[in-house]
Structure formats: C-alpha cells, structure tokens
Design a protein around this ligand. Structure first.
Ligand code: PLP
Length: 409
C-alpha cells in the first residue's frame, strides 16, 4: 500500500511473473554473444538441432505474401469469419462438420494464448472469486487472475504415483463451487508447462464428465489452455473435442489457443478464445461480451498474422503440409525429452513424468540456488517455487542435453 502522494496508483500491479524467464533469456544471450559456451534452456521458443530459431517454411511463405496494404489496415476484432472457420478446421480436422452440426461455437482472435486466458477470466469470473489452477503451472496464471481481482487457488497436480491427482482436483472444484456458487478452473493440457505431462484418455474423460455433471446446477467454466496442443500426437491432441457430449447448459468449455507455438510466430501475437456449447444463448453472450472486452482492451489483433494463418488453415493441402512439418518438430522434441529423462534417471535426478512438449521439470530443493550454480556452469534453466527446475527442451539440442549432464557431473 502506498501512503505518500505518488504518481503510481495504489492498485498498480507489480510482479516478477514471466519477466524472470525473459530476464534469464537475455542474460544467457548476452553471455553467448560474449563468446561464452552457454546452454540456454530458459525460454519456450523452438530451436532446431543447430540452435537456429525454427520457423515453418509454409508459414514463412504465407507471411511474406500476406504483408499487403490490406493487412496494414484494421482487421475485425473477432479476426473475421474465415479466421473463425480456419481455427475450427485446425482444431477439429476431420470432425469439423460433425462438430459444427452438434455444437454452437464462437472464435475470437486474441493477442496470443495470454490474451485468450485474460479474456476468459475477464468475462467469466466475479470480483473476489476463487479461480482454480494447478499447483505447478505456467507462472503467468496468478498475474492474469490478479488483473481481474480474483484469487488464485490450487488443485494438487500430481498424486503420490506421479499421476494427475484427480481426487484433489474434484475436491478442490467442489470446495470452490461451494464458496463461489460458480467455478472457473484452468487445465493446461496436452504438453503441460512446465512438466510435459499429458492427461491419459481416462483422466481427461473423467475430468470432462465430472465438470459437465457439476454444470447441471451451477456455472462451470473449464478454461482449457492448449498452448502446446500441436506438440503431441494428433489423436491425443484432438481427444478433448471427442469427449464433449450432451453438454449441460451451465457447463462452458473455453479453449485458449496460441498461434505463437503452432506457427512459430511468438512475437506476432495471435491466438484465439473459442467458446463451445449446446446452448445457443451461452454462445451469443460469449461472443458479444468477448468482442466488447477485446475492443476495449487491445482493440484488434495482428492483421498480418491473421491473414497468413487464415490462408493456411482454410486450405486442405496447406493444413496437411503444416501437420507434416509439426510432426517433425514433435519428433525432434520427443527425442530431446526422452534423452533428458533417461540421462536424469542415470544421474539420480528426479523428474516429473514427461510425455511431450516444450518443457521437462526436475524436482530439486533450493532450486533457486541450484539454478545459480548451473549458471556458473553456463547452463540457464528456470527455478520454480524454489522446489523445481524447468528445462526448456524447446531451445536445446540433443547434444546440449548430453552436455548439461556432463557439466553437472
Ligand atoms: N499458456 C501456457 C501454458 C504458456 O506456456 C504460454 C506461453 O508461454 C501461454 C499460455 C501464452 O502463450 P502466448 O505466447 O501465445 O501468449
């Protein structure tokens, strides 16, 4: 609280949040530029095995062609109908038609997955409401929740068997529902940040059925953060949509999609918030309120990125090519992850179960101190809650994975 007169408002927000990651990344880059042999495993951007920033040739081509006079103008706040259709075709693939016949949907363009989570929170939480998030998760959730004057509350992520702690999840949902008379819960799946955990079919089915059941009597919002969606196999990534059946009117899945990772366009700031319901009124409310808030906060998103992505996603051949490119990226990440987990085991380092995605997490007391020691050896990784160390597999090669372990030794 600030008592003396001060230009900054009392409600101004200060948080280290994700800036820790950006600061670590900058420091690592500066040392690298100075000629030091640095392994930068701090940031969630994808690099190839030669440490070059990985871009998609298909996306590069579309971006080059899409920077026209038209795309320097303002786009529609929603991103437009073609953007909406493209996103749905991408998420649903061959289930697109069937899904459209069974569900009401709406898609709003957002600045990245961050914008999608922020928008969902803004329109689906009350001030002072508890919002449920995983006990170990993306460090920005808390800050985003504070922005809407809600309160982060946690479900325990893993049980003793290192599986999703379904019983803590259910109890926490019921407790929060009692407290708020409504529920807003965030799940980051597949390829969870920071562990790479991916829910099994049974786990995901149980979660969806449970929340749908709760949604019979009270508003239940499942904010499905699928930021790393395209980095696990197709069958698993799209599973969520197959599990949506007979949705109760008060159960609303909101999908937060990030174009940053799928298309390697992190800085072009594009994502989408997708509302799905069998209740038309819920989707009309979703669309109207989302458009109003988007317009009032960021106005519209990047029209250049919208155009390029829309062109790809509405073209059957281009969609197929992109899926192929992503399969290669997925395989590359998988090899890094499998190697890391194997070497961690050999070196008695405990990790959470890694299935797929950009990150793996080691469990380590005094993680902050340990990361400082790693820095001395030229390794940059992110300490979390002083108990975990997140390694971004996305930006290190297999050779660097091996090098990490030889330096630790
Ligand atoms: N959700 C998770 C779990 C993330 O890790 C990130 C980015 O790091 C985001 C959402 C937001 O992504 P974007 O860069 O598209 O805003």
């Amino acid at each position: 609280m600030i008592n003396k007169p001060n230009p900054i408002a009392t409600r101004a927000f200060f948080n280290e949040g994700d800036d820790t990651i950006l600061a670590l990344n900058l420091e690592a880059k500066a040392r690298k530029n100075n000629g030091e042999d640095i392994i930068n495993a701090s940031i969630g951007t994808l690099f190839d095995e030669h440490s070059s920033f990985l871009t998609s040739p298909l996306v590069d081509k579309e971006l080059n062609e899409a920077l026209t006079k038209e795309t320097r103008g303002y786009p529609l706040v929603s991103g437009g109908n073609e953007f909406k259709e493209g996103i749905l075709k991408w998420l649903l693939l061959d289930k697109y038609q069937e899904f459209k016949e069974n569900f009401y949907t709406s898609v709003i363009a957002t600045p990245g997955g961050t914008g999608a989570v922020a928008l969902a929170l803004r329109n689906y939480t009350e001030i002072g409401q508890k919002v449920l998030i995983p006990s170990l998760g993306w460090s920005n959730y808390e800050s985003l929740i504070h922005q809407v004057e809600a309160i982060p509350t946690y479900y325990n992520l893993f049980n003793e068997d290192n599986k999703f702690d379904i019983s803590s999840f259910k109890t926490s949902c019921i407790d929060v529902l009692k407290h708020n008379n409504r529920l807003f819960v965030i799940i980051n799946d597949p390829c969870h940040n920071p562990t790479g955990y991916t829910l099994s079919k049974d786990e995901l089915t149980e979660i969806v059925n449970f929340l749908n059941e709760l949604g019979k009597n009270s508003p239940v919002i499942l904010c499905m953060d699928i930021a790393y969606f395209d980095f696990c196999n197709l069958e698993r990534s799209r599973l969520f949509f197959n599990l949506l059946n007979n949705l109760n009117n008060l159960f609303l899945p909101l999908i937060c999609f990030s174009a940053s990772k799928t298309f390697s366009i992190y800085g072009l700031r594009l994502g989408a918030l997708i509302g799905i319901s069998q209740n038309q009124e819920a989707i009309i409310d979703f669309e109207e309120s989302s458009l109003s808030v988007a317009r009032a906060i960021w106005s519209c998103t990047n029209s250049h990125a919208i155009k390029a992505i829309t062109n790809i996603l509405n073209d059957d051949e281009k969609r197929k090519s992109l899926l192929l490119e992503l399969t290669k990226e997925r395989k590359m990440l998988q090899e890094r992850g499998d190697l890391f987990v194997k070497m961690a085991k050999e070196n008695n380092i405990i990790t959470y179960p890694y299935y797929a995605g950009f990150f793996v997490t080691a469990i380590k007391d005094n993680a902050k101190k340990e990361c400082e020691k790693l820095k001395e050896k030229g390794i940059y990784a992110l300490p979390l809650k002083n108990k975990y160390i997140r390694i971004a597999l996305s930006c290190i090669s297999k050779k660097e994975v091996r090098e990490i372990f030889s330096r630790i030794k």
